[in-house]
Ligand binder design. Sequence first.
Ligand code: GLV
Ligand code: MG
Length: 333
Amino acid sequence: MIHFFPPSNEKMRSKVPAIAPTVDILLANLEDGVPADEKDAARAGLVEVATATDFGDTQFWTRVNSLDSPWCLDDLTAAVLEAGDALDVVMIPKVEGPEDIHYVDRLLAQLEAKAARSEPLLVHAILETARGVANVEEICVASPRMQGLSLGPADLAANRRMKTTRVGGGHPGYLVREDPPAGDDGAAQIDAPRTIFQQDLWHYTIARMVDACVTAGILPFYGPFGDIADTVACEDQFRNAYLLGCVGAWSLHPKQIDIAKRVFSPDPAEVAHAQRVIEAMGDGTGAIMLDGKMEDDASVKQCHVVVGLARQLAERDPELAGAYGFAGSDGGS
Ligand code: GLV
Ligand code: MG
């Protein structure tokens, strides 16, 4: 998970040392959500946290203001010249096309040279404009700095003029309704009770983002889920993204850290099943029947994805290593 915090807020800054070890990525947010009159304080807070915190193996990112804002240049300058080597990735919002990434790439190179930074900063773009979605393939390959993409459902909905007022998730009006039953006279009873199925507003965009990221060899993330109290729907949204190929999501509240951790780590039963299929498939070719189901070269590849992810996660998390039965090994066997 990418855990957001507002660095302008002193109380939030003071919680950073406790939160950092509990998340994969900690992100100092300078953009939306930070009031205009707190932009300078947020930038100063980013520098303070970057220079004062031992992040261990947790990554430290920042989301700067958009390229068309009056704050972006100062944000990027402070991020490179003042935040030091602590920063791993810069998240760029409202990316419209490869030209935005080219600009950021050049600017970062100039600032890195000035700062004598040892490692290049990576770039994570938010997909949150219609034009950005139309150009997603080019955005993904616009620079070797590209680390990944996040879906920004709130800005994307506004930019597309979708008629929603939420931050991510579904909408009760976006649905499919069961056909009407026929009455005694054979006529359709349109007022009879009928089951409705709410549909996923984000399916197309997530699937397109995942294809573009996989093609470019970078990582797709779902973004924010704004209804903090509705932990159930948040879990559903995160799981849809996980099943479609995303590697993570943003957490906006500590409650969402646990949800992301649970959802984006394969279920131990699924890992055990995948291991069984891999074992039964021998050299991985041909077709077999296992529990009445056909398994072949393609299904065993899916199993390798699940087990490979479980192993990667187990290397960082002994509790997960135990749950997957990798404990006592190096997590790699
Ligand atoms: C995130 O930035 C969003 O707009 O959803
Ligand atoms: Mg946004």
